[in-house]
Design a protein around this ligand. Structure first.
Ligand code: NAP
Length: 269
């Protein structure tokens, strides 16, 4: 039986789910790649490598040196640099690649969204009349809010800030909480009330794990400043981990075609 070596670019629930399914399938030898920014990240099944590759050239060298035959780009929709690099590197190495591009959140009846294109525009869009601002845009974006001395920020980040993060400036009035999803509606609602949040700033990441805050914001009548996504990566794109697995089956020679029942029951997020 031919064993296909797959590189999964991860850091998301989809990457984790794909590694779990493929890791239990003898037809595949999988390596998950994590950027290495989060201390003690959730460990995917199978081999793991950490840290950047060194741009397109570094990634191309890695693909060749490790005899990777297929790349699954399951990175976050806002991680557009690595997706772009992966497209070029896979093209250069003449190997197939698929991008997992989960659906974004859509505005529902009752939502009060102000959509912007960048984090900087989000910082400018915060009304000075707002009391407390709940930021869920990630710790590397915090510097963009450093000039807003007129409001109080509550920022939720996955792991504490360290010197390695290279964050030069932080907002003066900032309270940090460290937590990772999935988040439940009741907890989100309670958090917004307890901290007297009057506006949320977030990125349109999509997925179920982080959407409860939007449901709570709608019910509490809170405005949301929503950063739009970058454009999708070039090349084949699927919306879910299941979609990536179905795509993978279509790349394989006939002899290695799987039992399709392995490809269902993936978690959301
Ligand atoms: P990014 O801006 O697209 O990537 C910046 C650089 O980080 C890349 O050029 C690459 O360095 C390295 N890198 C990123 N992801 C990598 C991976 N999976 N494996 C190896 N190197 C990687 O990425 P980002 O937005 O900082 O996100 C970093 C990671 O966090 C991603 O894996 C993503 O899935 C995850 N994540 C991001 C967000 C978000 O909001 N951006 C949210 C949740 C999870 P080299 O050029 O040196 O190869």
């Amino acid at each position: 039986m031919t064993v296909a070596r797959i590189l999964i670019l991860g850091g998301t629930s989809e990457g984790f789910a794909i590694a779990r399914i493929l890791g239990a399938d003898a037809r595949f030898d999988i390596i998950s790649s994590l950027a290495g920014r989060t201390p003690a990240p959730k460990q995917p099944v199978g081999k793991i490598r950490r840290g950047g590759f060194g741009g397109v050239t570094g990634l191309n060298d890695y693909l060749t040196a490790n005899a990777i035959s297929i790349v699954i780009d399951a990175t976050h929709p806002f991680a557009h640099q690595i997706s772009r690099n992966a497209t070029f590197a896979a093209r250069r190495a003449s190997i197939p690649i698929v991008h997992v591009w989960r659906d974004g959140w859509s505005r529902c009846r009752g939502d009060c969204w102000h959509e912007v294109d960048t984090i900087e525009q989000a910082a400018d869009a915060i009304p000075s009349s707002a009391r407390g601002i709940f930021l869920t845009t990630g710790k590397t974006s915090l510097g963009a809010f450093a000039n807003r001395h007129d409001v109080h920020f509550l920022a939720r980040i996955v792991a504490p800030i360290s010197t390695d993060d290279g964050i030069l400036r932080l907002p003066r009035n900032l309270q940090l909480i460290c937590d990772r999803g999935p988040f439940r509606y009741d907890d989100e609602r309670e958090l917004l009330l307890a901290h007297e949040v009057s506006c949320i700033v977030t990125k349109n990441s999509g997925g179920e794990a982080a959407r409860a805050k939007l449901d709570a914001a709608r019910d509490l009548g809170l405005p949301v400043i929503m950063v739009r996504r970058p454009p999708p990566p070039d090349g084949p794109t699927v919306a879910t981990a299941d979609g990536a697995l179905a795509w993978l089956e279509r790349q394989l020679p006939h002899e290695t075609t799987a039992d399709a029942s392995n490809l269902s029951s993936m978690p959301d997020g």
